[in-house]
Design a protein around this ligand. Structure first.
Ligand SMILES: *Cc1c(COP(=O)(O)O)cnc(C)c1O
Length: 360
């Protein structure tokens, strides 16, 4: 049996250090916004190459607090890919803004810059660009569009911890970025967690206030905030795992390289995986008979998953949101299949997966 993801196996190499980190926090008596959160914020900001990191409760909250922190609200449109995880869209509507769904380029799964440009209106305020599956978006093209139209460029970096383009990392590309540390992400904690990274001093200060009841000074509430703080315990877990992120990402890239070298089946379309700008959060293939392939893998004891089987505009939550057909997004949702691609896979696991894929 080869599970799609194995959180126990992924965290096993860090077991002793994670146990020490837990003991340290327990005995410190500081459980909310203590020294671990402060240290992790500094370390993750340095890793990404930005001035500020603000730890928050989840990836969804990170994105939502960025949008709220910039003051976007009702009447404002924010462009977002139609084929993303629903959290990207929820972060927009949580602030009363209107999500404008834009089709991806099927060869990269990421926002198609030309389609972005076609959806800009006088009400557009921002682009929320998702580095889907761990592959960085075409950042030069998006930056040119954002600059030309005076838009804020926000990264959804929940799947792209550590990805690099032209010497800059995810989290340092846009005006601000939202990260998730959900356990299966490339940098995952042992519960929920998230962070905002930015070089914008004002936004950082604003998000820091909003995550803590809208308060910068005890009992003074400047803004209608929320309670969304990165947990002290989770920050301690993340401090154990951050120094190993690059090595873990390399293991994911090695898995991708193995599939790319060894899967030969005309019914399966493999993704292209550019070097450092893809951290293989997911290794996603396409197949016309995707459901049959999924069942074949399951029968052979190989876990696979679909990201995502139902796009946001087909969900009950967003009925009527799509103002025009989204044929690329719909075709992708019918064809994509994510293969096991985590750092704890062994060579024999991979050989077995390849054998099943090639025999199909
Ligand atoms: C996981 C994820 C989120 C949400 O993160 P949570 O921590 O689960 O709230 C947002 N966007 C994308 C693309 C994600 O993969």
């Amino acid at each position: 049996m080869i599970p799609f993801f194995d959180v126990g196996a992924v965290n096993e190499p860090y077991r002793a250090e994670l146990d020490v980190a837990w003991q340290t926090v327990r005995s410190s008596g500081q459980y909310i916004l203590g020294p671990q959160v402060a240290a992790f914020e500094e370390e993750f900001a340095a890793f990404c190459g930005v001035r500020h990191c603000v730890g928050v409760g989840s990836g969804l909250d990170a994105l939502s607090l960025i949008i709220g922190g910039y003051g976007f609200g009702p009447g404002d449109e924010i462009i977002v890919p139609a084929n993303t995880y629903i959290a990207s869209v929820l972060a927009i509507s949580a602030n009363g803004c209107t999500p404008v769904l834009v089709e991806p380029d099927p060869s990269t799964f990421n926002l198609d810059p030309k389609a972005v440009e076609a959806h800009i209106t006088p009400a557009t305020r921002a682009i929320l660009a998702v580095h889907l599956y761990g592959r960085l978006c075409d950042w030069d093209a998006l930056t040119a569009i954002a600059d030309h139209h005076g838009l804020t460029l926000i990264e959804d970096a929940a799947q792209a911890h550590g990805a690099v383009t032209a010497g800059r990392r995810a989290g340092a590309l846009g005006d601000a970025a939202g990260f998730s540390f959900y356990p299966t992400k490339n940098l995952g904690c042992l519960g929920d967690g998230g962070a905002v990274t930015t070089n914008d001093d004002e936004l950082a200060q604003r998000v820091r206030m909003l995550r803590n009841y809208g308060s910068a000074h005890k009992n003074i509430h400047e803004a209608v905030g929320t309670n969304s703080r990165l947990d002290e315990l989770q920050a301690a877990m993340l401090r154990v795992k951050l120094p190993h992120l690059e090595a873990d990402n390399q293991l994911r890239r090695d898995v991708a390289a193995f599939y790319l070298d060894n899967v030969h089946n005309p019914k399966i379309t493999l993704p292209n995986v550019p070097e450092s700008s893809h951290v293989v959060h997911l290794f996603v293939v396409r197949a016309g008979e995707r459901d049959d392939l999924h069942r074949t893998l399951a029968r052979a004891g190989v876990g696979a998953a679909i990201h995502y089987p139902t796009p946001p505009h087909r969900q009950g939550a967003y009925r009527g949101l799509a103002k025009a057909p989204l044929p690329i997004t719909e075709e992708l949702s019918a064809q994509v299949l994510s293969l096991p691609a985590h750092p704890a896979l062994t060579r024999s696991d991979l050989e077995r997966v390849v054998e099943v894929l090639n025999a199909w």
